[in-house]
Design a protein around this ligand. Structure first.
Ligand code: CMC
Length: 429
C-alpha cells in the first residue's frame, strides 16, 4: 500500500500525490496545488492549531482518545507513584532516567541555582502589595534576561544547559517571593539540603523557626502535582515558548512569554478559576442551578473539558487520589463535596457527555492547594514552576531540530483591497 494521499483539484481537474508519514502530510506540499500559474498555491486554514503538528517531539506522548500520558515513554501513573519531580525534570530534558551519580549531580546543579541575585529581590520589592503573582512571575523571569546576558548564546549546548539549571532552580524561588511580597514577609533564602518541593515550602512558609521542616505527606503531594504538571506536549504555553525561542530569543524572555500564555483562564489560570467557581457555588444544593447556567451558555464549567482528552484526563484521576491523602493531614476541604457533586451531575448530563467534557488537571488541584494554605491567586504560579521543566526541555529539543525555522504562520487576508488615502477634512462620519 502506498503511503500517499491523492488530491484532485476540481478547479483544474489535476491530481496530486502527497506523501504521508506517520499519518501526517506536509502542509507545504499543498502549495503546489494551483488554480493558475500565478496562484500562490493552497494553504491549510487551522485557527487554534486544531489539526496541525508544529514539530516532531520525543518528549511527551499524549493519546487523548485513550487517556494516555507518557513522558519519554514512561506512563504518568508510574512516574507519579515512583519518581520525584527533579528526576522527572531530568528525564524530560535528557530523554532517559538518570543513574545515581547523574541524579546527584543534576539535583546539585538545580539546587545550587535556586539563589537569586540580590538585585532580583530588589526588583520584586517594587511590585505593589496586591500585584497578581503571575504578573510578578512573568516580569521577574523576563528580567532574569538582564542578569544573565550570556544566555543569549543560545547556539552553545553548555550555555543552554546552564540556563536550564538556572530556570528550574530560580523559578521556585521567584514563585515563593511573589507570595512573600504580597504578605509583606521577608524573603526566605533557599535551603539546598531540602528536596525541591520541601525547599519551596520552606521559602513559602518559614517564619521565625530556625529551620523549616516540611510535612512529608504535603511535600510528597506537591511533588506528585509537580510531576503531573511538568509537560503536556504542544499546549498553548509550550507553543508560545517554542514560537518565541524560534527567533533565537534567550530562554528567560521565552519562559516569560510561555508563563504569560499559561496565565489565561482557559489554560493554567483555570485552577484559580475553579476555586473561585466552587466558592461562588458555595454548597451542594446550588450545583444543579449552576449546571443549568453553564448549559445556558452563561459561563463555562471551569476545570472541565480539554482540547485533546476526549475520554478522561489521567492527571485528574491521580490528583483526586492525592487530594484525599492531603486531607488526612490538613482536614477535609469542604469544597470537595461541591466538586464531587458537580462532577457527578456533569458526567451524567447529555450536554457534557455529548461534548466529551470531563474533569481536567485543574479541577481537583486547587482543592489540594487550598488545603495546603496556598492563596488562590498563587495557584497558576504553582503550575508554572513544574511546567518550566517542560518548557526548557522543549526548548532544548527545538534548538537541535534541523527542521525548525522561525515560527511564522500565514493568514487569509480579509480586509479592504487597495484604496486611496482620504484627507481628514474629506472623511465623512
Ligand atoms: N464548560 C461548558 N462547556 C464547554 C466547556 C466547559 N468547560 N468546554 C467546552 N465546552 C463546550 C463549548 O461551549 C462548545 O460547545 P458548542 O459545540 O455547543 O459550541 C464545545 O464544548 C467545544 O468547546 P471548544 O471551546 O471548541 O473546545 P476547545 O477544545 O477549544 O477548548 C478548553 C478546550 C480547555 C479551552 C475548554 O474545554 C474550556 O474552556 N474549559 C474550561 C477551562 C479549563 O478548565 N481549562 C484548563 C484546560 S486543562 C489544563 C491546561 O491546559 O492548562
Amino acid at each position: 500500500m502506498s503511503e500517499t494521499l491523492t488530491i484532485k483539484d476540481n478547479r483544474t481537474g489535476k491530481q496530486y500525490d502527497l506523501d504521508i508519514s506517520h499519518g501526517i502530510i506536509r502542509a507545504i506540499d499543498l502549495r503546489q496545488i494551483k488554480n493558475n500559474p500565478d496562484d500562490f498555491g493552497l494553504m491549510a486554514y487551522d485557527p487554534g492549531f486544531d489539526n496541525t503538528a508544529s514539530c516532531k517531539s520525543a518528549i511527551t506522548e499524549l493519546d487523548g482518545a485513550r487517556g494516555i500520558l507518557r513522558y519519554r515513554g514512561y506512563p504518568i501513573e508510574q512516574l507519579a507513584e515512583k519518581s520525584t519531580f527533579l528526576e522527572v525534570a531530568y528525564l524530560l530534558v535528557h530523554g532517559e532516567l538518570p543513574t545515581k551519580p547523574q541524579l546527584t549531580s543534576w539535583v546539585h546543579n538545580v539546587m545550587y541555582h535556586t539563589q537569586l541575585h540580590e538585585k532580583t529581590k530588589k526588583f520584586m520589592e517594587g511590585f505593589h502589595y496586591d500585584a497578581h503573582p503571575m504578573g510578578m512571575l512573568v516580569s521577574t523571569v523576563g528580567a532574569l534576561s538582564t542578569f544573565y546576558p550570556d544566555a543569549r548564546n543560545v547556539n552553545d549546548f553548555e550555555t543552554r544547559m546552564l540556563q536550564v539549571y538556572r530556570l528550574i532552580g530560580k523559578i521556585a524561588t521567584i514563585a515563593s517571593y511573589t507570595y512573600r511580597n504580597g504578605m509583606g514577609f521577608p524573603y526566605v533564602y533557599p535551603d539546598a539540603t531540602l528536596s525541591y518541593t520541601g525547599n519551596f515550602l520552606n521559602m513559602m512558609y518559614r517564619l521565625s523557626e530556625p529551620r523549616y521542616q516540611p510535612d512529608p505527606v504535603l511535600e510528597h503531594a506537591l511533588d506528585v502535582l509537580f510531576i503531573l504538571h511538568a509537560d503536556h506536549e504542544q499546549n498553548c504555553s509550550t507553543n508560545a515558548m517554542r514560537s518565541i525561542s524560534s527567533s533565537m530569543a534567550d530562554p528567560y524572555v521565552s519562559v516569560a512569554g510561555a508563563a504569560a500564555a499559561l496565565s489565561g483562564p482557559l489554560h493554567g489560570g483555570a485552577n484559580e478559576a475553579v476555586l473561585r467557581m466552587l466558592n461562588e457555588i458555595g454548597s451542594v444544593k446550588h450545583v444543579p442551578d449552576y449546571i443549568k447556567r453553564v448549559k445556558a451558555g452563561e459561563m463555562r464549567l471551569m476545570g472541565f473539558g480539554h482540547r485533546v482528552y476526549k475520554n478522561y484526563d489521567p492527571r485528574a484521576k491521580i490528583i483526586k487520589q492525592t487530594a484525599y491523602q492531603v486531607f488526612e493531614v490538613t482536614g477535609k476541604n469542604p469544597l470537595i463535596d461541591v466538586a464531587l457533586e458537580l462532577e457527578r451531575i456533569a458526567l451524567e448530563d447529555g450536554y457534557f457527555v455529548d461534548r466529551k467534557l470531563y474533569p481536567n488537571v485543574d479541577f481537583y488541584s486547587g482543592l489540594i492547594y487550598e488545603a495546603m494554605e496556598f492563596p488562590t491567586s498563587i495557584f497558576t504560579v504553582l503550575f508554572a514552576i513544574p511546567r518550566t521543566a517542560g518548557w526548557v526541555a522543549q526548548w532544548m529539543e527545538q534548538m537541535v531540530d534541523g527542521e525548525q525555522r522561525i515560527a511564522r504562520p500565514r493568514q487569509e487576508y480579509v480586509g479592504s483591497r487597495q484604496r486611496d488615502f482620504v484627507p481628514l477634512e474629506e472623511r465623512s462620519s
